[in-house]
Design a protein around this ligand. Structure first.
Ligand code: KG4
Ligand code: ZN
Length: 339
């Protein structure tokens, strides 16, 4: 059974054809990074306008690459939140019009469920129950996944998401947007123990906090500039590498330790990682190490399936579709949409 997934929740326009919720037949992601890079973050209005331009070519390409005509698609799964409302509107309006005109069923998918289920697009797939750590630009949450459609949030960030902290630190360092990939790369040349940035472990909770870490990087830059302004231009390459690596070590220490605690508390010996920050090399390595030491299975999809993509939306949509959960022309996107 083929599902066409569509995701326009943030700054990527994506469409994908997935078979039986597991096999990717095509997955097209049109990135807007070049548009937003010079602003150091996403400009919502520019994101919506770009989605309008890209949605038809991206869906067309996904169907063409899959070699599948629209009449062979069993259902269209569209992400209806959470995300940027203007961006979500484009995907939802497009999907509703397409389904109405082509008489194809429509399914609505929560973006976070897409991330949680993205490990099902790789091999081996996790069995339920598993702990799911979703670490992206908008979210950092731990869930207990009990079954398809059955996820219980254990905790979440109380302020910035981990990816948001990467993006803000990158902006402070003059490294542009998105910050994750560039900090990931520069950190490989730096010393992760060079600067002792704070870690908010928030003991006995499943919650996270990253805004203090971001402020610590800001204060560090201020203290070095001599004029109390965070001036990255005065830093040499070695120092930038050390800041990137030390910041990243602090983020990864917290994510790994919190996951370890959740494993012990919940007695669940399977962990799945997803969201853009799960593309991070250090996090992937350290989480796998932790898994090997504690005899815990760790599932991390390939990096392209960690960042936003429509294949994960098609996968989640497949399970809703076979359960008969359809959406109609009244479907409206929601910027805040709990799982
Ligand atoms: O899941 P995603 O594509 O979009 C959201 O749903 O937010 O995640 C985007 C976030 C950005 O903050 C980006 O900087 C971060 O993921 N990211 C990374 C890496 N690649 C993307 N963070 C750390 N290391 C990476 N390699
Ligand atoms: Zn996402």
């Amino acid at each position: 059974m083929l599902i066409l997934g569509i995701d326009t929740s943030c700054d990527d326009t994506s469409a994908s054809v997935v078979e039986d919720g597991r096999r990717i037949v095509s997955n097209i992601v049109s990135s807007q990074s070049d548009i937003h890079a010079k602003y150091g973050g996403i400009v919502p209005e520019l994101a919506s306008r770009r989605h309008i331009e890209m949605i038809i070519p991206v869906v067309d390409e996904a169907l063409k690459k899959a070699g599948v005509p629209l009449r062979e698609i069993a259902a269209v799964a569209v992400c209806h939140g959470p995300g940027l409302i203007g961006s979500l509107l484009i995907g939802c309006s497009f999907a509703k019009a397409l389904c109405y005109s082509a008489k194809v069923p429509l399914v609505a998918v929560n973006h976070l469920e897409g991330h949680i289920l993205s490990p099902f697009l790789a091999a081996p797939v996790p069995e339920f129950p598993f702990l799911s750590l979703v670490v992206s630009g908008g979210h950092t949450s731990l869930y207990a996944g009990e079954g398809f459609g059955n996820y219980h949030e254990l905790g979440r960030t109380r302020d910035d998401a981990a990816g948001e902290a990467y993006d803000k630190v990158s902006k402070l360092l003059g490294l542009g947007y998105p910050g994750g990939p560039v900090i990931d790369r520069l950190a490989q040349k730096g010393d992760g123990r060079a600067i002792d940035f704070p870690r908010a472990y928030l003991p006995e909770t499943y919650d996270f906090s990253f805004s203090g870490l971001k402020t610590a990087v800001l204060n560090f830059l201020r203290s070095r500039s001599g004029n109390n302004m965070p001036d990255a231009a005065t830093l040499d390459e070695g120092m930038i590498g050390n800041i990137a690596a030390s910041f990243q070590t602090a983020v990864v220490d917290v994510l790994v330790r919190k996951t370890e605690w959740a494993i012990r508390k919940k007695r669940i010996k399977r962990v799945a990682l997803s969201g853009g920050v799960a593309a991070n090399n250090e996090l992937r390595k350290r989480m796998k190490q932790m898994g090997a030491e504690r005899d815990v299975e760790v599932f991390i999809p390939p990096a392209v399936l960690c960042t936003d993509n429509a294949a994960m939306i098609a996968t989640a949509g497949y399970h809703h579709f076979i359960d008969g959960e359809l959406a109609g022309p009244g479907l409206n996107p929601r910027a805040y949409l709990p799982l």
